[in-house]
Design a protein around this ligand. Structure first.
Ligand SMILES: Cc1cc2nc3c(=O)[nH]c(=O)nc-3n(C[C@H](O)[C@H](O)[C@H](O)COP(=O)(O)OP(=O)(O)OC[C@H]3O[C@@H](n4cnc5c(N)ncnc54)[C@H](O)[C@@H]3O)c2cc1C
Length: 308
């Protein structure tokens, strides 16, 4: 759909909103691939975000939310409609052990602030390279913890621009899934239940997990994290490695020789290379083990083929 000129001129009048036209998504995703978004909107305040969603809804204009772009593969032809970035929504309010943060803060920055305040519970998430909002949407987890464990509630926005507060239970957080995915809800902010702990201990734990991650994952190359969800009773990376695919390439996309669960961009990858590689991996693992792998990253925009 062509974006109506009238919508663009209304958006230009919204205070606290940055607007870019034909913005390349490669510079907003950790995989470093992706063509242009017709409209790239960056609200600077929650108020501006709500106004943007109301306007999108009034004009029936399609849009996709983007946080840190660490769990998406954006199509080479880009995204029609709008991509709405949460990255400028970063306020954190710490009141005793009740902490509320806006959706666009990076988990690494949030965890640093919690460490300063001596609040424990989110250490496991400190090395996940996404935003708070994306981590609720995906119920992100690592090293035995997941967002579900420490989330108290989240303020969300419906597709019509109505805001609601949902408890952790109402958010239906399960392995890499949440109600947000089912109902196209937008996370605006979230409140956590945390415990007091000396800052030095929190910092030491964050450092220990960081070293563990850098030793085992290809942090030095662009990727979108784990390529596939963990199939019941297996580890995707181990099945891929046992299929002889470590280092296997399609164009510039490669199964990481460091951790077969990751596809890395060796520099010149296209989204198409990545999708082709995902499809080959799926096929080979199915042939060898009879296990059907399911992609973890979200594929956004116009693809010819999808690896589902
Ligand atoms: C090197 C590397 C390591 C990783 N390690 C882990 C790990 O250990 N554990 C883990 O769980 N994940 C891991 N990931 C994946 C990723 O970091 C997480 O899924 C993260 O939570 C995604 O957050 P994001 O802000 O980057 O989301 P994005 O990639 O921007 O978006 C992901 C999805 O969430 C939606 N979304 C984003 N923000 C919002 C919002 N505010 N409201 C509604 N929807 C929203 C988007 O529309 C999209 O569908 C890793 C990724 C990389 C690159």
């Amino acid at each position: 759909m062509e974006i109506p000129e009238k919508l663009i001129s209304e958006l230009k009048k919204v205070s606290g909103l940055k607007i870019r036209i034909n913005e390349p998504l490669a510079s907003h995703t950790t995989m470093k691939v992706g063509g242009p978004a017709d409209l790239f909107l960056q609200p600077l305040t929650v108020r501006a975000m709500i106004t943007v969603i109301e306007k999108m809804s009034n004009y029936h204009c399609p849009y996709i939310l983007l946080g840190g772009g660490s769990n998406v593969i954006a199509a080479d032809r880009g995204v029609r409609g709008a991509v709405i970035s949460t990255r400028k929504l970063q306020q954190v309010r710490i009141q005793g052990n009740r902490t509320t943060a806006e959706a666009g803060i990076l988990l690494s920055d949030f965890c640093q602030q919690l460490a300063e305040a001596g609040l424990s519970g989110l250490e496991f998430a400190s090395g996940i390279p996404g935003t708070l909002g994306g981590s609720i949407y995906m119920n992100a987890g690592a090293y035995g913890g997941e967002i579900k464990d420490c989330l108290r509630s989240a303020e969300v926005l419906t597709a019509e621009g109505r805001s609601l507060t949902l408890t952790a239970e109402e958010l239906e957080l399960e392995y890499r899934s949440s109600l947000l995915q089912e109902q196209k809800l937008i996370a605006l902010s979230a409140t956590f239940k945390l415990q007091e702990r000396p800052s030095s201990e929190i910092r030491a734990e964050i450092q220990k997990l960081k070293e563990k991650r850098w030793a085992s994952q290809p942090m030095e190359q662009p990727s979108a994290g784990s390529t596939f969800k963990r199939p019941p009773g297996h580890y995707a990376g181990s099945l891929i490695e046992k299929s002889g695919l470590k280092g296997y390439r399609v164009g510039g996309a490669m199964v990481s020789p460091k951790h077969a669960g990751f596809i890395v961009n060796t520099g010149e990858a296209t989204a198409r290379d990545i999708v082709e590689l995902m499809m080959e991996i799926k096929e080979k693992v199915y042939q060898k083990f009879g296990v059907r792998l399911k992609p973890e990253p979200r594929l956004i925009g116009e693809f010819d083929k999808l690896p589902y």
